[in-house]
Design a protein around this ligand. Structure first.
Ligand SMILES: [Zn+2]
Length: 458
């Protein structure tokens, strides 16, 4: 009887698995390995510890690039290399100073950060009266004489009514990006924006600002939401109050930087590529755990999961750490330009850059038939809370591959907390949850595996 049982189970064991069973087994294995492992979480800790504030072109970014290169070299990738590109080198300089005064004697300090790409203030700083607007459009309707010589303060809180917080971010970001450029045309001498933060706290949130059409370049700053509330109250009581602002950022000549790339050579189609990545750079005020060290480490974890589970991909898998997403996206551009120039066939590219909170699904930038095919795979993700496969944008870096017709996707995560961290000193490793991040790693690995196994053609 015992022998019969053994023979019976041997027959079951050695029956070739149907494709569907194989895929569902892979799903269980990927999520199991990811959720039980501490490796990626510790790698993220290391990255955030040794290279916080790793804006492209800075010494910190060079440390991050070497760290990722050596980390990849320590893993069984077939090739690890750096892909050069020129990047802007803008440095924050000394920490900013800011306060307001209602009587010229008493000063109330406020927490501000300079915006990325800003010009510096004069060395002695700027002290000027303030005028408040809730949008660029509102400012443009104002009498220019009321703006001349003042600091324009764009004070519009993020709209809290939306479920997806990215929507509120999208609505407010133009004040940060173009506010100073527009205000200088009315004679303003600096711009302060309320931080794009859904919480009320003392962390200023920076981000890129751009000079587009103005002749005079004026500096831009972000004030924390808690300090913005204090300032609002003070302005309501003393409309004539003055704000002091000082920053010392410097723009240097462009320098060479790199994307860091690890390849697992395809066992069947070595000349077909599937890319997965995040961006390695982060803002000067941030250790860039959620944005986007976590996305980088999740991408690396895709490869580690394949190595550990002994999965040999059919297509060549490229794990890409893109540089310079925050400023000029030179890494993403260089990657796509190289792929196109070399005539590479890209099957698919995936990015994680929406914070490494709990994943909810994928945003897919591809044809209807690709979307339909991916939706058939939903069943392998649903047990882990990943249920949304919808058409939408992918990621800024992989987005440049769109011109080559490459199907793209971005990992979508729960957005309620993201803008409490985004572009601020609050974006720390401690604010990343290991399980949430690893659910994302496994989801990415599973999607890459399914594309590798079944392709994206009908
Ligand atoms: Zn990012």
């Amino acid at each position: 009887m015992k022998h019969l049982l053994l023979i019976f189970s041997a027959i079951i064991l050695f029956q070739p698995l149907r494709a569907q069973d194989k895929d569902s087994l892979m799903s269980t294995q990927l999520f199991g390995e990811a959720l039980n492992s501490n490796v990626a979480y510790q790698q993220l800790f290391q990255l955030c510890s040794i290279a916080p504030g790793r804006l492209a072109g800075t010494p910190e970014s060079a440390i991050a690039i070497d760290f990722m290169f050596n980390l990849m070299k320590s893993m069984p990738f077939d090739t690890v290399y750096k892909q050069p590109c020129m990047v802007r080198k803008w440095i924050r300089g000394n920490e900013e100073e800011a306060w307001f005064t209602t009587d010229g004697d008493n000063k109330t300090n406020i927490n501000i950060d300079v915006l990325g790409g800003s010009v510096p203030t004069p060395e002695k700083g700027i002290l000027a009266p303030v005028i408040v607007f809730s949008s660029i459009e509102e400012m443009q309707k104002a009498n220019p004489a009321t703006i001349k010589g003042k600091i324009v303060y764009f004070n519009r809180p993020m709209n809290q009514n939306y479920y997806i917080t990215f929507r509120a971010y999208g609505e407010n970001a133009s004040m940060r990006v173009y506010g100073a450029d527009e205000a200088s045309k009315f004679g303003a001498i600096a711009v302060v924006v309320r931080s794009l933060n859904t919480a009320t706290d003392t962390f200023p949130h920076t981000g890129i600002m751009r000079y587009k059409t103005s002749d005079v370049r004026i500096p831009g700053f972000a004030v924390s939401t808690a300090d913005a509330d204090v300032l609002d109250k003070a302005i309501a009581e003393n409309p004539g109050l003055k704000i002091y602002l000082k920053c010392s950022c410097i723009e240097y000549a462009q320098v060479q930087s790199y994307n860091v790339i690890g390849e697992i050579k395809g066992s069947v189609f070595p000349a077909r590529y599937i890319s997965v990545g995040g961006h390695l750079d982060s803002w000067f005020n941030s250790s860039g755990a959620h944005d986007d060290g976590g996305g980088c480490i999740q991408s690396l974890e895709v490869a580690r999961l394949f190595f550990v589970l002994g999965y040999k991909p059919q297509n060549t898998i490229r794990v890409v750490m893109f540089i310079d997403e925050e400023m000029e996206q030179r890494g993403g551009r260089a990657y796509a330009n190289n792929a196109i120039a070399n005539g590479e066939k890209h099957v698919f590219a995936l990015e994680s850059d929406r914070g490494v909170t709990t994943p909810t699904g994928f945003s897919i930038d591809a044809s209807e038939s690709v979307l339909q095919k991916m939706e058939l795979w939903k069943k392998y993700f649903e047990a882990y809370g990943i249920r949304v496969f919808e058409k939408g944008g992918s990621g800024v870096d992989v987005g440049f591959l769109k011109q080559a017709g490459v199907p793209l996707a971005g990992l979508v995560t729960e957005s309620q907390r993201y803008f409490e961290f985004h572009h601020s000193a609050n974006d720390t490793w401690q604010n990343v949850n290991r399980r949430e991040m690893q659910l994302g790693s496994a989801a990415m690995a599973l999607l890459i595996y399914l594309v590798d196994q079944h392709g994206l053609d009908k």
